[in-house]
Ligand binder design. Sequence first.
Ligand code: ADP
Ligand code: TRP
Length: 342
Amino acid sequence: MKKDYTILTGITPSGSGEVHIGNYLGTVVPFLDMAKKARQVYFFIADLHALSTVQNKEELQRNVENLVLSYLAFGIDTNKIIFYRQSDIPLHTELQNILNNVTPIGLIKRCHAYKDKLQKGFDPERVNMGLFSYPILMAADIVMYDPDYIPVGEDQKQHIEVTRDIAGYFNKTFGQTFKLPDIYNIKETARLIGTDGKRKMSKSLNNYISVFGDEMTIKKQIMACFTDPNRLHPTDPGQIKGNPIFIYHDLLNEDKKEVEGLKKRYQDGRVGDVEVKEKLFKVLLKKFTVERKRYQQLKKNPEKIRKILAEGAQQARKVAVKKMMLVRQEIGITNQYSFFKY
Ligand code: ADP
Ligand code: TRP
């Protein structure tokens, strides 16, 4: 691991853009921690990538809003983190177009975003080109800024390898232009179990507990949480192990004494599910008080958000322009007749 490193990562506004406690523990916490230690951080909303699956205007707008507000509410330090929307820097798509020419079709055909679709029975003739060329846009997002590390989850690992391949082909063809990034090994935080007690917490499975939802919604989500299926009465001794409500308590409740007390009483059959759940509800509201308040304030202040995103885009653009001028030169587009400036 280098000492003075730059990291870059993106997040796609697909799904509903709503953040749940699984996302929080799995990505937000490790990202904020990593960002603190880095010299430079680029963090962007990959809204153009989302178009490969989200093809509804209102839905895309809502998802982007949710993500922007959530991450700002979590307190990302925009003095240090360059925070922007991919679509605000059209140079990414220009670079994608150039990288297309050094990318073998076979490389992309082996990517799982595409292969998954085929496995799900999609006709290969009908997979859209956005989805097919998704890894090339991702490569452009990355190599534009010469980052050292890309913190991504396991599912994105292959895309970083493809990025390295594409950057390597370009460098070999046109001369050293791009740095080859490494994957930042995020310690795979155990996938947080969902409120159904069976599968990982996920928006699409509707087994999640929201961070920024309204109180009633969060309460409902917690009250519907699966616990010990063999425990019919509060006086029956209950199981703690694998019980999602206690997994959440363990991870989020800072009052360890309270957690131990609840566990003991649960095992002895001296506390009902409702009390354990109500305590968790209070813990969540308390834990995210500042973030939830900030979310609502930011939501009322679009002008401020616009300013943050404009500043982020301006900073990123400066770096991107420099890189694209070099790329134009390396590939031979710049010549004695060139006047072009970004
Ligand atoms: P969802 O499955 O809810 O749609 P995403 O696929 O949008 O979530 O995930 C966004 C990020 O949050 C991913 O990088 C993933 O690593 C992390 N994440 C999602 N679900 C969980 C979970 N249950 N536990 C830990 N991390 C998670
Ligand atoms: N494809 C990534 C995801 O779905 C998001 C993304 C787009 C990204 N461009 C990137 C991540 C560049 C890291 C670097 O999670």
